[in-house]
Write a protein that binds this ligand. Structure first.
Ligand code: CDV
Length: 305
């Protein structure tokens, strides 16, 4: 039986701070309809897909921050997206800011979910590597306050059974960490879905600004190859409230090759037929973990620094 998933990487162009969820969801639905016409089984959207990348602003009023969070999924604004998933029979994955109550405590996570073809949420992931800072740093051209607005994820890098394969997620900064992919691979993940919001300008090391697109692909291609799995990296791109975000959303084969890539900084869909069995090309050979991996020689890899 074929284990080919037709995947759409649905890059989103900029989302203004004043844009409503309804406006964004309509854009996501337009990409979903295009994906259905192209025969997609799965469409992947960026990190924090429903709003502008709000951690770039320092906000003291928690109510103002909470306006960017979802307290239910689907909620009134996202219900049409879930209805379209069901109508078209195309699974999706997207990121959003999640406010939830667990054991009587309010929790806020940078979250990604996978919604299957019936519109059911079958997997949820909370971003593990939160970049940025907690206090206002006015010297920056823009803030990056993920550490202030979210708590670090409490979900492992692990797959769910979906679309006949093992699909997992990571979010933006996670993609730069080799551990993300290796942990996924050790747990059997065959395809990692990664949404991102990455500015060209990195205030802490502006001398690396020209390398942002290179590092984006370098990390994801290396992760795909060294772990023999598909990687789908999807950005929010373009000039969002005077912060220019990289695009180059792409689908990467287990060989590390980019097989589809966006060429604009706007809403754009690129697709590829992803055969999950191609993971074996790498996993049965150069990176055969059972045969060649030497975990006893890497004890510090999971030790605290
Ligand atoms: N949203 C992100 O996690 N962005 C980060 C920062 C460092 C730009 C990234 O790694 O792309």
């Amino acid at each position: 039986m074929s284990r080919t998933i037709v995947v759409g990487a649905a890059q989103l162009g900029p989302i203004a701070r004043a844009d409503s969820r309804e406006v964004v969801v309509a854009r996501m639905i337009a990409l979903l309809e295009k994906a259905a016409r192209r025969g997609c089984d799965l469409v992947v959207y960026p990190e924090l897909a429903l709003t502008t990348f709000f951690p770039r602003w320092f906000m003291e009023d928690q109510a103002e921050v909470d306006a960017f969070f979802e307290t239910e999924m689907p909620g009134p604004a996202t219900a049409p997206l879930f209805a379209k998933v069901k109508e078209l029979g195309v699974a999706i994955s997207f990121g959003y800011a999640e406010k939830t109550v667990i054991d009587g405590r309010v929790r806020r996570f940078n979250t990604s979910i996978i919604v299957d073809k019936t519109g059911a949420i079958v997997h949820r992931y909370h971003k593990v590597h939160l970049p940025g800072h907690t206090e206002n740093e006015p010297w920056r051209a823009f803030q990056h306050l993920e550490k202030r607005y979210f708590e670090p994820g409490d979900t492992f890098f692990a797959p769910a059974d979906c679309l006949g394969g093992k699909l997992g997620m990571a979010i933006c900064n996670d993609r730069r960490w080799p551990e993300t992919y290796r942990e996924h691979a050790l747990r059997g993940t065959e395809m990692v879905l990664i949404g991102y919001n990455t500015p060209y300008h990195y205030p802490l090391a502006p001398e690396h600004d020209h390398l942002q697109c290179f590092h984006n692909h370098l990390a994801m291609q290396a992760g795909a190859y060294a772990n023999g799995m598909w990687v789908v990296g999807v950005g929010k791109a373009g000039n969002e409230e005077n912060c220019v975000l990289i695009g180059q959303s792409c689908i990467i084969a287990p060989t590390g090759e980019i097989v589809a890539m966006a060429s604009t900084l706007g809403d754009e869909l690129v697709t590829h037929d992803c055969d999950l069995d191609r993971c074996t090309e790498i996993r049965a050979n150069i990176f055969n973990f059972q045969k060649h991996r030497r975990p006893e020689m890497y004890p510090l890899l999971s030790a605290p620094v």
